[in-house]
Design a binder for this molecule. Structure first.
Ligand code: PLP
Length: 401
């Protein structure tokens, strides 16, 4: 517990670049800096590492490497997937999604609505689960695509994507899933899952920010979102980001090597944190079903506490957590995920997400729990969040050192 150590409980926001990943990518930022489309060796020699990375990410998800399109991020992959399904079926103008998607999907759909497309946002139950009957009833003859996330980034709750895929297949409707939070935490096999398109992002699995992928099942009609050069077999224009693609490949190998035992240990540590919070801090509750859920995520409402104030106090103690998805940090609106689950705006605003990683230790959890009960109690007695931060911050700085 050195003064400078960061206690990181926000792995769903991003993860550190693994040393092996950094090592793999560095030569492509230094001596191997060519353009893979160039006719001479400095460039041509980069085609092979890109294809090796493609094979590594394909292996992680049980796909063929020809089914992988590298993109700039998860958000681009999601936008590409949804728009491609619409552009290739011009007479089908209906999209089905859920009310709890990441903003990448939510705002892509909102933009499509402004352009005259029709979007159904399926509601969820109080525990964050989806009603399959309601889902089936939402499908229409003009439904072009269903885009449903596998694992919710705020609560960790899983949707039954394989069952959804079976229904879509029966109806001849394309299915895209945002699986950005899944690699390394659950087994991921596109054929077991039965999806047509799937999005991932490297920075959630110890790769760098700014590289993602879209899986496109063989035979799926496709139109690119980013139009330009012939890169990615014409599926995505733009000179390949060779270092980041190589890094993604290495990160995928590491994520693929995570054992079921390691996943169980991660879930046990998360459960221990949850149990300690419930035992030691009154008026706390988990948001979302206990299972099925990602093994690393817990979303907890601390009644009567403003999450933003709590996060500021925890930051003073070198503890990082989140009050929802990173993309909404700084906005005062309560999480759309939590309000869709039926939480009141006040309950949503009192929620903290802790998301662990294989690097999270028992000591990290012990450090968090050595401060959390006191900080919550102090915030509850201090009244308004602004007053609380003003009054309590100096005290916390003293505790932190
Ligand atoms: N989908 C989910 C579930 C996410 O958690 C995120 C990132 O927070 C994204 C999509 C977007 O990924 P990226 O940051 O690579 O655009």
């Amino acid at each position: 517990m050195t003064e400078s150590k960061t206690y990181y409980f926000d792995s769903n926001a991003t993860t550190s670049v693994a040393p092996a990943v950094l090592q793999a990518m560095l030569p492509y930022l230094t001596e191997k800096w060519g353009n893979p489309s160039s006719p001479y060796r400095l460039g041509k020699k980069l085609v092979e590492p890109i294809e090796r990375a493609r094979e590594s990410v394909a292996a992680l998800i049980g796909a063929d490497s020809a089914e992988i399109v590298f993109t700039s991020c998860g958000t681009e992959s999601i936008n590409t997937a949804i728009t491609s399904c619409l552009y290739t079926q011009p007479t089908n103008r209906h999209v089905v999604t859920t009310a709890v998607e990441h903003s990448a999907t939510k705002n892509c759909c909102a933009a499509l609505e402004q352009r005259g497309y029709d979007v159904t946002y399926l509601p969820v139950n109080r525990d964050g689960s989806l009603d399959l009957k309601g889902f089936e009833q939402s499908l229409r003859p003009d439904t072009a695509v269903v885009s449903i996330m596998w694992a919710n980034n705020e609560t960790g709750v899983l949707f039954p994507v394989a069952k959804i895929a079976a229904i879509c297949r029966q109806r001849g409707i394309l299915l895209h899933t945002d699986a950005v939070q899944v690699p390394g935490k659950l087994k991921l096999d596109v054929n077991e899952l039965g999806v047509d398109l799937l999005s991932l992002s490297a920075h959630k699995l110890h790769g760098p920010k700014g590289v993602g992928l879209l899986y496109v099942r063989k035979g799926t009609p496709f139109q690119p979102l980013i139009v330009g050069g012939h890169q990615e077999e014409g599926h995505r224009g733009g000179t390949e980001n060779v270092p980041y693609i190589v890094a993604f490949g290495r990160a995928a190998e590491l994520a693929g090597a995570v054992t079921v035992d390691a996943q169980r240990k991660l879930a046990a540590l998360r459960d221990k944190l949850e149990a300690e919070i419930f035992a030691r801090i009154p008026s706390t509750a988990r948001n979302g079903a206990k299972e099925p859920r990602l093994p690393n995520t817990t979303s907890i409402a601390f009644a009567g506490v403003e999450a933003e104030a709590l996060l500021m106090m925890l930051d003073q103690l070198n503890i990082c957590a989140s009050s929802g998805s990173a993309c909404t940090t700084g906005s005062v609106a309560p999480s759309h995920v939590l309000t869709a689950m039926g939480l009141s705006p006040a309950e949503a605003r009192s929620t903290i997400r802790f998301s662990l990683d294989y690097e999270t230790s028992d000591e990290d959890v012990a450090y968090l729990m050595s401060h959390l009960p006191r900080v919550v109690a102090e915030l509850r007695t201090a009244g308004s969040p602004r007053t609380a931060v003003r009054v309590l911050q100096p005290k916390l700085v003293a505790h932190a050192v």
